[in-house]
Design a protein around this ligand. Structure first.
Ligand code: DGY
Length: 311
């Protein structure tokens, strides 16, 4: 006898998503925690579910899908990135995977610009100095940073977020170049990655994490950056070799970096923690209320539509 559909949500969703689930009348269990779910808890929670609503902090691999069993028909990831889901395993089992593209573009592009300006204008260093009681008044040499007007921004990845960053950067007077598999003439000149790295004053990463982009910025490529360059990463941590990045930052071979994502998130490479020329943020790209509401509603409606329940 077939059971009625049931959804498991791995973390507390913004209320907009919970309200959409309630309104649909579907049976659902939302794990009442804002901490990432452990593997054992996930394996124990999924048997018999029809839909899984996961977060980018959840590893959803073949063993999770097999633990859920044949009832699992859809996985909804509340993120645009899908690198935490084994898409091949899902396809092999006929499981649909949905995500939340489009609705977090502006929030993530805004954060990339905030980080770019934050690291070049040394805002966090300034905040620390004030709080620690070391502000002795304006000084001609105090926390002097880099400017953006007329500077070249190299954007790696010309999808929605990369394009939105390009628009913002142009409003700040920046010259935009980009690197992508495809032509996007509206973004500016398209360069090979090595040329983009060696000629840009700022580099902002906006590519998905795939086997091809893991450690895309390795020691060799980081060495191409100018000593005055800043690197911004709001994409995925493993796109950059964090150890190699810490080396170039420590040795002053680039001016600075601003990271919203980390290679072994939530862990941060200890070598980065002691450096003042790196700004560290806790994966805040989409952390804006309206954006999170839209992400929650979108993932819920994608899952419900796939199961055949009206939202
Ligand atoms: C995503 O959706 O992939 C973002 O990293 C969330 O902030």
């Amino acid at each position: 006898m077939s059971q009625s559909p049931r959804i498991f949500v791995t973390r507390v969703l913004p209320e907009a998503g919970v309200a959409a689930l309630r309104a649909s009348g579907i049976a659902f269990v939302q794990r009442e925690s804002d901490r990432p779910i452990s593997r054992d808890e996930m394996l124990a929670a999924v048997p018999g579910i029809s839909g899984l609503i996961s977060m980018l902090t959840d590893r959803v691999d073949a063993s999770v899908m097999d633990a859920a069993g044949r009832s699992l028909s859809v996985i909804g990831n509340m993120a645009v990135g899908l690198d935490n889901i084994d898409l091949g395993a899902a396809a092999a089992r006929g499981i649909t995977v949905v995500n939340t593209p489009g609705v977090l573009t502006d929030a993530t592009a805004d954060l990339a610009m905030a980080l770019l300006l934050g690291v070049s204008r040394r805002i966090v260093e300034g905040d620390r100095l004030v709080r620690e009681g070391h502000f002795a008044g304006w000084g001609p040499l105090l926390l002097v940073g880099g400017d953006v007007d007329g500077k070249r921004l190299g954007i790696v990845g010309a999808g929605r977020i990369g394009s939105a960053v390009a628009r913002r950067a142009r409003a700040f007077g920046m010259e935009v170049v980009y690197c992508s598999h495809h032509d996007h003439p509206e973004m500016g000149p398209r360069l090979e990655l090595d040329e983009l790295l060696s000629s840009s004053d700022y580099v902002s990463l906006h590519c998905p994490l795939t086997p091809e982009t893991r450690h895309l910025l390795d020691a060799r490529r980081l060495a191409l950056l100018k000593p005055t360059a800043y690197l911004v990463n709001t994409a995925r941590g493993p796109v950059v070799d964090e150890e190699a990045l810490a080396d170039v930052l420590r040795e002053g071979r680039i001016a600075g970096a601003a990271l919203d994502v980390f290679e072994k998130e939530p862990a941060v490479h200890p070598a980065l923690l002691g450096l003042s020329n790196v700004l560290l943020a806790p994966h805040l790209g989409s952390a804006e209320q309206g954006t999170r509401d839209r992400m929650a509603r979108m993932v819920v409606s994608g899952v419900l539509a796939s199961i055949g329940v009206s939202p």
